[in-house]
Design a protein around this ligand. Sequence first.
Ligand code: ZN
Length: 156
Amino acid sequence: MFATNHVLSGVVIGRAFERRPLTAFAVGLASHLVLDMVPHWGCEMKDPEGRNRFLAYARRDGMLGLAVTVGATVAVHPRARVATLAAIAGATLLDADKPALYFWGRNPFPRAVRRLHTWAQNEAPERLPNEIVFGASCAIADAVIAARGRRRPDAS
Ligand SMILES: [Zn+2]
């Protein structure tokens, strides 16, 4: 699943557990595996062309994910900020293996974690529309959260 989608769903989790950042982090972490089980896009990594395509998408996805993280952190109610960041950190942690492998040639996670992460994958090259619809639904939920957060008085 795109990192951006993990970030977008992290915002929803951060709002749900806005007073409990540690819980938000843990739920974010679990949500990563759940989201990876949702049918999503992935490309053939065995041939160089597939790997190049993956890298091109991964770069854009990384930048977009970072932009959404910053935007969401600013947009949510200040009270939910720490939990939102914690949830996003939890939701994206497992995908740190990709940049780590790319830059340092090493997967930082223990074998059991790697096996679980691989097992959860439900990807296929033709599923880009699934991934986009899923991301768009999360983005709408995030926009509602941000708009409500702004209207909510601090005292509530
Ligand atoms: Zn993943």
